[in-house]
Write a protein that binds this ligand. Sequence first.
Ligand code: PMP
Length: 434
Amino acid sequence: MAKAFGVNRSTIVSAMEELMSYGMIEAAYGGGTRIASNTWSLFLSSPPDWNKYISSGPFKANVPTIQVINKLEFDSKYIRLGTGEISPDLFPKTMMEDLMKVLPKRISSLNYLGPHGLPELQESLSKRLAAMGIEAKPSNILITSGSLQALQLISVCMLKPGATVFTEAPTYLKSLQVFQSAGMDLNGIPMDQSGLMYWKIEKVLQGSLLYTISTHHNPTGTIMPQGRRREIYDFCSANRLPILEDDAYGELWFDEKPPLPIKSMDKSGMILYTGTISKTLAPGLRIGWLVGPESVVDRLGDVKMQMDYGASSLSQWALTELLESGAYDDYLKTLRIKLKERRDLALDLLERYFADIAEWTAPKGGFYIWAHIKKSIPSDKLFHKALSKNILLNPGSIYDYKENRSIRLSYAYADKKDLETGLQVLSTIIKKYK
Ligand code: PMP
């Protein structure tokens, strides 16, 4: 027997009124209420409820501060004091022009490549890694579309939702987002002058991972010394805790080479290692690499084929040519000198304008100076105050919510004049803050 449902009269009346307001029903004098003649076309022309669609899917939205940074970075009125890219005036135009002349001769086609990337590039990287103490056959190397993709692949293929990822606190903000969106349980471990204080890790559950930026850390600029690298390696081996070592900045040292990557100690295949040309040369080429055991490289390569069918083959040929010709290494030598000049300028300016209002440590490479403001100014507030004076900052809170009085300053992007203006204006904002 059919079940009878009672509907309140006022519900029906308000539904009718709503349909009427959309023009979907019409009342004809003496003819009652009926479906309007144009309802079907109205229905076809009205969009689906996109808000329901766009709130689905695994990715979390960026926090509002990051959304603002992502948008305003492309507005030329802002001085970018936090940007983690080399400045357009450091871009090696002549090297790229020369490359464009020879590249067509090398390329026989720009068809899809196999799941691991361009074999010639794997071969070149294998040699380069050997010089850094890392034993990696070409079959241990996966070419990715930027090293961020390697983090993404790892989080969706190798870690179960809820798995613990130990990171430095603070850490690279996009890695935080990638792991968070994949449902990982992030466990930020405090740092000292030598990096991650591994002894603060309380419990290692099966299926966890330790993510570290061992050299020229983002955002703090710290270099983990050899001793701490060895201790972390031993600790992780003893606890069967795999390491993911992110070496995005390793080649950007100034006076002396940093210690070899932790990966160079790895005899059992417990460390995954990532590299990229985004910091040294061009994030727009979207080339990174992951080094690991063949089983891992094969699995991630297989999933990468489902994601994007391979990194840009043009970019892979370009990098292969730059590595084989030696042009990349020559360029790195000059880049290090120019970056060091910028670092020195930034330190001079900090000394001049920030001596009594902030504390910082001089970085020995990479892009960043991590400055702690002495006054109690929440870094989000400072971000908005700076924005009103056309300065774009990276507040510490986006790297770790506890870092509310720090800012990540980058000397890599803004030109020298902007760096001076930006830092001077910022110091005035801080001094005036009540
Ligand atoms: N790792 C670290 C520590 C980074 O700072 C960055 C870029 N900001 C990346 C990885 C990602 O670089 P990409 O995906 O462009 O290679």
